[in-house]
Design a protein. Structure first.
Length: 212
């Protein structure tokens, strides 16, 4: 018959397993279950096996829940990444943009060379200081004769400058939500990784016991 120490240890481990809710809770329990199993398996095979299975099932349930949580966060992240700003509420500024494009064409030379490169850069650079001007530069780039006049840095500035305050606010919110979701997913992945390590440690208990 098992001694009092056996009963107390068994009941304490059962209580710890029942209370565990995260990998941090299970991490100190697994070596205790291993010690209990190897110490008392020949004394009370039924109780040690039952405790072992209880610990195995607890970790498997945690792994299953972890997988569900990881999938949900991944779906949320995909929704965030696929979110597109709704331009429907924006003011129709196409006419103003077209007028600005015509103004740019009238001010810019037909060809770019070393002598007029600075002038071209100044005209385009000044245009990117406003939303309308930035949109006009983006439209100008669609015209082959002027496309090469816009530098890479000006393209990027025009792209950012073409956004309304509402669009910028929307993108900031999306970026914040993306960052939160990515961190949450990384944390959940790490939890799952450590849970599988504990699962392997439990499996090794049986292997050690089998080989004596």
């Amino acid at each position: 018959m098992a001694d009092i120490g056996f009963v107390e240890q068994h009941n304490d481990l059962v209580m710890q397993i029942n209370k565990a809710v995260a990998v941090e809770d299970m991490r100190p329990i697994v070596p205790l279950v291993k010690e209990f199993y190897t110490t008392y398996h020949n004394v009370d095979k039924y109780s040690t096996e039952r405790l072992y299975e209880k610990c195995v099932n607890k970790i498997q349930n945690m792994i299953d829940d972890n997988g569900v949580t990881f999938s949900r966060i991944t779906e949320r992240l995909e929704r965030i990444n696929n979110s597109v700003y709704d331009f429907e509420g924006e003011k129709d500024d196409r006419q103003a943009v077209n007028n600005m494009v015509l103004q740019l064409i009238s001010r810019l030379p037909k060809e770019q060379n070393a002598a007029n490169a600075g002038k071209i850069a100044d005209i385009i650079g000044q245009s990117t200081n406003s939303v309308i001007g930035s949109k006009a530069v983006l439209e100008l780039m669609k015209i082959p004769a002027y496309a090469d006049m816009v530098s890479e840095s000006q393209k990027q500035r025009a792209f950012e400058g073409s956004k309304s305050e509402s669009q910028k606010a929307f993108e900031r919110i999306m970026e914040q939500e993306r960052s939160i979701a990515e961190k949450a997913r990384a944390d959940v992945y790490l939890q799952g990784f450590h849970l599988r390590i504990l699962q392997k440690q439990l499996n090794d208990i049986k292997k050690t016991s089998m080989w004596g």
